[in-house]
Design a protein around this ligand. Structure first.
Ligand code: ATP
Ligand code: MN
Length: 481
């Protein structure tokens, strides 16, 4: 007999004579009521066991975590909270779970404990919900771009470009680390390495993505990205997934419009398609925040916050305006910021970004036109900027509780200007010659951005640590599983 998913049983429109459900026992109460979950939904189906006619031996094996198969009748439930339940006729234990040893007991576990058990934490309500929402969001990402005619590009994970410039890189080698071949000058001889050259794990697919945008028009990448930055924060992973659209003939305003529309679309898609999971996560967040002082609690519940982002335009503010706001802000005057903002040109730290979003504007903010010298070499220099106050057509999108969620720019399409910039920064032209070809042959205005997928999942699920929204987090000092 074929089994039916718990989700479909719970959504049934009629009672059913004989059904089969398979899943894992969440709880077993009164020697009679199994709460069965199979991962298809956050909701369990109640299975009522006829304990008088079930051997004691079998009843003992119905423990939290055990895999079971039940065959029975789908009947209207007398209990509160569910429409249907299964009156069990036949129960089979598929896989035992030693109640003494199974770590995921039906009680509240700390997030730290759950992280150490990342292979089992997905069996909890919260992590089941988070991972389903993550899956739906990634589908929404593809759906959005595909419906708009973007081409999905798989840029390389092992990159030969040393100068992607977005962060510290992990090196890739097959050389024996205890016996490295050396050149006559005594340096490591990468000619003897697997690729005959020095290679790294990618920090961004942008440069390769640009070459495709200059042929296919609108492209996006969605893949793993690696950064060896030793920033042990709640918003950084060493391995994360990034979405990077790149569009020919788009300028910075088009880029902002695209980013805003895209983010609103995927959040709306999650709201429409993850109702039960988001309702659960909203409750979880409210519960968690009860233990915090009033001032640290969010002003909005999760669903309200998500709807707020859909219904309100992101506030577009130039870097220069932002500096004025920050310089005159109370935390700056009272020296509460760790980095005080004194002058134009200062790089913004996450404390400043969060002040702007959470305290000042109280909505998502797009900061644009940053000083050229704090941004990457490929960003387009603004026309008509004062010497010493050059700005580039960069944009960062800042979200409440998250800080930067998107970084992007209009790209420098002018060959001469780009070359000059690379020279000033001592970026190897030879090595990026392929990239420069986009500017040599049929160059045109184009723009794109990178969105950190986990930061989006953080926002939508209301979680606060990025380690809790990726199945198996990689962070400094930790690569378990
Ligand atoms: P941050 O200042 O937060 O470190 P960044 O300026 O290094 O970010 P970009 O290089 O612009 O970020 O990368 C684009 C996007 O990728 C960011 O806006 C963010 O959403 C995401 N991102 C960057 N680094 C990480 C990381 N280590 N872990 C997870 N997401 C990241
Ligand atoms: Mn970074």
């Amino acid at each position: 007999m074929k089994h039916t998913k718990v989700k479909d049983l719970l959504n049934s429109t009629t009672t059913l004579q004989e059904v089969n459900a398979k899943g894992w026992v969440r709880t077993f109460r009164n020697n009679q009521f199994i709460a069965l979950n199979d991962g298809s939904t956050i909701n369990n189906i109640q299975c009522v066991v006829d304990f008088e006619n079930t051997p004691e031996e079998t009843l003992k094996r119905i423990t939290t975590g055990a895999a079971v198969s039940v065959i029975g009748t789908l009947v209207e439930s007398k209990g509160a909270g569910q429409k249907y339940e299964i009156q069990v006729n036949k129960l089979e234990i598929l896989g035992d779970s030693d109640a003494e040893k199974f770590p995921m007991q039906p009680k509240k576990h700390s997030l730290e404990f759950l992280r150490e058990n990342a292979h089992l934490r997905v069996r909890t309500n919260a992590f089941g919900a988070i991972m389903r929402v993550r899956s739906v969001l990634s589908f929404a990402v593809h759906k959005y771009f595909q419906e708009k005619g973007f081409v999905y590009v798989n840029t390389p994970i092992i990159t030969g470009a040393d100068a992607e410039g977005a962060g510290e890189m992990f090196q890739v080698t097959s050389l024996p680390l205890d016996n490295l071949p050396k050149t006559e000058e005594g340096e490591i001889d990468f000619k003897k390495d697997f690729f005959g050259k020095h290679t790294n794990l990618t920090v961004s697919g942008q440069l390769e993505g640009e070459t495709f945008a200059m042929a296919l028009g609108q492209i996006y990448t969605f893949g793993p990205t690696f950064r060896a930055e030793n920033s042990n924060t709640s918003r950084h992973l060493a391995e994360f997934w990034m979405i990077e659209p790149e569009v020919a003939f788009n300028d910075l305003d088009d880029n902002m419009d695209l980013a805003e529309d895209f983010i609103q679309y995927v959040i709306k898609y999650a709201l429409d398609n993850c109702k039960d999971d988001l309702a659960f996560l909203e409750g979880r967040l409210l519960e968690e925040e009860k233990s915090k002082p009033q001032a640290d609690r969010s002003e909005m519940a999760l669903l309200e916050k998500l709807n707020f982002v859909l219904e309100n335009n992101f506030k577009r503010v130039s870097y220069t305006e932002a500096i004025d706001i920050l310089r005159d802000s109370t935390p700056n005057k009272k020296k509460k910021f760790s980095y005080l903002i004194n002058e134009w040109g200062a790089d913004l730290q996450s404390e400043h970004e969060r002040y702007l979003v959470e305290k000042h504007f109280k909505c998502p903010v797009i900061l644009y036109d940053y000083p050229a010298n704090i941004k990457a070499f490929y960003m387009r220099l603004n026309d008509n900027t004062e010497p010493g106050k050059e700005t580039v057509r960069a944009m960062d999108i800042l979200f409440p509780g998250i800080g930067e969620i998107v970084g992007g720019s209009e790209r420098e399409e002018r060959y001469d200007v780009l070359i000059e910039k690379m020279k000033a920064l001592e970026i190897d032209e030879e090595e990026l010659s392929w990239y420069l070809d986009t500017r040599r042959f049929g160059s045109a205005t184009h723009a794109g951005f990178g969105l950190g997928f986990e930061r989006l999942v953080l926002f939508v699920t209301g979680m606060t640590n990025i380690r809790d929204v990726i199945p198996f987090p990689r962070t400094p000092g930790s690569a378990e599983f």
